[in-house]
Write a protein of this length. Sequence first.
Lengths: 323, 527
Amino acid sequence: MEFFKYTRTFNFMGKSKKALVLSVLLVLASYALLVTKGLNYGVDFAGGTIVQVKYDKTAPIDEMREKLKSNILFDGATITEFGAPDEVVIRMKSTTGNVTVDVGDVTREALTGTGNYTIRRVDIVGPKVGSELKEKGIMSLVFAILGILVYVAFRFEWRFAVASIVALVHDISIALGAITLVGLDVNLDVLAALLTILGYSLNDTIIVFDRIREGITDSRNVALSDTINESITRTLARTTLTSLTTFFVVFTLFMFGGEIIHAFSFTLLVGIVVGTYSSVFVASPILLWFGFDVKNYHNKLAEKAKREAEKQRMRDQYESGVM
Amino acid sequence: MLKSTRMKLNYRIVIFALAIVFGIFFSAPSLFQLKDGKKVTLGLDLQGGLHMLLGVKTEEATKSRIKSIAASVKNFSNRNDILVDSLKFDATTTSFTLLDVDDIESMNDFLKGLKGLNVSLVGETYSLSLTPEEIIRTEEQAVDQAIETIRNRLDQFGLAEPIVARQGDEKILVELAGIKSQEEEQRARELISRAAKLELMAVDEERNARVYKMSASDAAAYGDVILEDVKNPAIKYLVREIPILDGNMLTDASMGFDQNNRPLINFKLNAEGAEIFGDFTGKSVGKRLAVVLDGQVYSAPNINERIGGGSGQISGNYTVMEAKDLSIALRSGALLAPIYLMEKRSVGPSLGADSIKASMVALIGGFILVIAFMLIYYRAAGVIANIALIANLFIILAVMSLFGATLTLPGMAGIVLTVGMAVDANVIISERIRELIYEGKSMHKAIEEGYSNAMRAILDANITTLIAAVVLYAYGTGAIKGFAITISIGILASMLTAILGTHGIYQMLESRIQKSHNNRFWFGIKG
């Protein structure tokens, strides 16, 4: 089976203006959402408590609310269904420092009389730990991007590196926008998903860039847009196929992986779609706009080859001289 | 027979075969839950358990240091008949006045023996405080001692392999697997956090009658404190603030039963403690001795005679379980400083089992989808890629088992994701080979050049993903680290299986592919 024939080259760069408009709109919309609605930090970063309760029947949410009113510890607590009607999570801002009796124990006591229930999960993140995790989280994103920037600059050329970073920032921004739109809790797992998107989206970009690099080196054609179009077309089958397989597995994770991994798989789903799009329509056109000069690159390559040849000649001479 | 002679062995296929044997051999213990062999450890989020970060209130350790200095000054002066007046202590200093100037010399000698003290003497009044270095040392020691104590207590609690480790400067990580219920978890937490500070204190018989009319500051003015009875908080005792002795001098504690078959705790004191105890009881016949544990009076028996031998009992209203936990706590020593909860993650075993089930469904579902897809799209090349994919899963599991790595829920997600990403290498390679076939290259050239052309891109792509994974490992915590681990192992394993392994298979089958002239069968394309 084949999705695409290699006989025809698609004119991707011809569509790059339209894609630019779309990308800019999406990114701006994401930032607007981030500013107005804001990210919904979960307990991992904001600190607080999560108690997951499972009942043997439909959870009596109203009754639970009534019971929780008894204690100021539960001020502002929210109760929401978690995956199934018999399971709920209680989220609250408050945390307790007492080791023996913590807010989870207090919740368990407070719910007495609401039916048969088990406490399945208690997460308590004190404010200090929360801000530490947040700091570490931001650092990890920054370091990952820096590391990638350095590597790509080293392996390709600085314009390639900048183009891939722009694509990454584009992807992360839109993913964050989608998270905000849906109102997901941002916890450590979402951060892990964002870092995975970094790696994944970059994978795609690099495969295309590798082709572009190859095309530039091999062909005499100096029109970069032609080379880019051809390279994208040639990798299109791979891009589609890998994106599809990855999408499939993440989608099964999203559907069947359970409520607890929902935010993670949702973030990944968005990331896969956006990442695939950006490697074709964001990263590659930027190369073009940055004025990557094929002729110049050819000259540089030729010069490098000449220097190598010169060195080799000197070495040969030296060796034969010694002999 | 004829066919098999056409298949050439090559070093790639040999390495690949060895890798598969390795994968199956070392993943078998985990897969089939064999008794022998190293197995993958399930993370607390999958098997259920308790993860806590505890902080240590180190300032309390310096406070109790000051208190114990006051106690030793008192013991010293009692023993040497030195008259000491207004012996007091607060959070940072212990102060007292000597009634007899002649005693200054022997008191100075005694104080010199106590390390890390700032001693100032104005007239006959001493004030003692800790040097800054001593404060740091005390705080440091408090954390070390807390870790040691918690570890000792948990080792005796009966759960398998509790983890107690220092994290950062003053945080303590506690991980307990295999907790079955919220109640058991709370029991464990109670055992961990219990100060287990035993003090034997003298009841102030002169003023005890007035205890119900006194406030805490009234009591402090006499050098006393008011303590409640453990069974009935309405009953109060007025006791001397400086204890006769404390749990430091305890050598053993164990559960026993009284004549009514109620659980109680027997304790033994060391030689020094026994001597102090004997001296005190000898002098205080007819008075009461309060047995105080964590600031509550457990009993206050009358002293009928001098008690030598240095053993005693703590009776209370406990269940057998409580008495057992309490004796564990006393045996493993008191916490120098109280601990508090900074972070807690507790997952019940049923939720863990649900998570395993859900992620297995996702893994198997995703796996089947990918395998079917590769088969339809690439035919025989798809089969080869799928062999590599299956080998990859075995190798991930084998490596994790071998290193005793922990499989967490995000780690499971990582494996699922690896399934999607590992076939990427084969997709890239197969596409390259298809291209070269279209260009009319010979099968040998198409395969060799296909691999070498694809190699650069695959390497660059994998290395950047590895960079992200390493950063995630370095900055991630707990379960997230598990994700970084499985992704990293998956990527490295895919280099072996998806690149080297499949290359070996192609080389082995090369002449067959060439002879068949059936590109549809081998690569899913026309021609």
